[in-house]
Design a protein around this ligand. Structure first.
Ligand code: FES
Ligand code: FES
Length: 224
């Protein structure tokens, strides 16, 4: 059968047609971009301010001292407020994603990951950081136990471990349950399994776990 005109579409025709379509699409895109640039330029020329982050005043108590943050960026974490604004650098930033426990502080008696909490959420709260549990000259009981039991190597996780451990013993004393011990109200020392379970959110990359456990058990036994 002889090929008609409509059937004589060659590979070259296809390439020419494709190039034309691509060129048309590109020119549409270029015009759209130049429209957007023109609009942005017009806004800048008209003195339209770029949107600003919302800010809030917030007040809380840290280690017994009242603190007021003025116009705190609503997106600022409690961890950054403590470290960057209040210069309390004992609290450490590890993952910044709630996975390592290095940033643990105690808020109204309960331990939290300060990297997962916004500073502006803590109006009126009582916050305790590692600096509030003692000083190098006058260490608190958990700090002393960590030193005596060699519960650290590099020390980066240690402030979080100590804050967490301090709150863990209070949780146990208050009878806050876990799935490890059937009856926490029984007058007995928490088992190693109970402490390990409760401390499982605090990671130690140096692997000082055995000594950390010994330190916590020591404080627990001496406070019984
Ligand atoms: Fe907050 Fe790792 S820094 S959990
Ligand atoms: Fe180094 Fe725990 S002592 S991470």
């Amino acid at each position: 059968m002889a090929k008609g005109k409509s059937m004589s579409f060659t590979r070259r025709d296809a390439m020419v047609g494709g190039a034309a379509v691509t060129a048309a699409a590109m020119s549409t895109q270029v015009f759209a971009q130049s429209d957007r640039s023109a609009a942005a330029g017009a806004a800048a020329g008209a003195g339209v301010a770029a949107p600003r982050a919302a800010a809030t005043d917030v007040g809380f108590t840290v280690n017994g001292t009242a603190q007021k943050l003025t116009a705190a960026d609503n997106r600022m974490t409690l961890l950054d407020a403590l470290r960057e604004t209040l210069q309390l650098t004992g609290t450490k930033k590890g993952c910044d994603h709630g996975q390592c426990g290095a940033c643990t502080v105690i808020v109204n008696g309960r331990r939290i990951n300060s990297c997962l909490s916004l500073a502006v959420m803590h109006e009126g709260d009582e916050i305790t950081t590692i600096e509030g549990l003692g000083s190098p000259e006058e260490m608190g009981p958990m700090q002393t136990a960590f030193v005596e039991h060699d519960g650290y190597q590099c020390g980066y996780c240690t402030p979080g471990q100590i804050c967490s451990a301090t709150a863990v013993l209070e949780e146990i004393k208050a009878g806050i349950p876990s799935h490890v011990t059937r009856d926490l109200t029984a007058d007995m020392q928490p088992t190693a399994a109970e402490i390990k379970e409760r401390m499982s959110g605090n990671i130690c990359r140096c692997g000082a776990y055995a000594n950390i456990l010994a330190a916590i058990q020591d404080v627990s036994e001496n406070n019984a």
